[in-house]
Design a protein around this ligand. Sequence first.
Ligand SMILES: [Fe+2]
Ligand SMILES: [Fe+2]
Length: 128
Amino acid sequence: MPVQHWLNRYHTGVPSVDQMHDALFDAMDRVYTDIINKAGSAKIAKQIVELADQLSEHLDEEDAEMAKAGYADAEPHAANHRSLRVQLQALKKRAAAGGNIGTDALDALNQYFTVHIKQFDLAWAKTL
Ligand SMILES: [Fe+2]
Ligand SMILES: [Fe+2]
């Protein structure tokens, strides 16, 4: 799935944040491609775990940045990160157990992530 053409819609204008988001979109793109190409459950599961870890790390970094900056709306943003982490854990568990990972599993994550960026990350980036 080519994601590059719609990436700009999710750009915050803060280079450090945009670089992290772009790397995450690229990682999602690679997993989609492997699922579509039926690259094998072991390879896909490994990539899912890497993607989930990468995204969790990104959320931790954002939480730390918001706390450091004393961002006024940090709590609802961080609460949304916590929901996202719950989804990531479920996806990781499913992948680790050898469960079937289709594009539907990633679609849910992708949808959530893009909604999160629009609703929370863009607002936060404006204050930076
Ligand atoms: Fe965020
Ligand atoms: Fe983010």
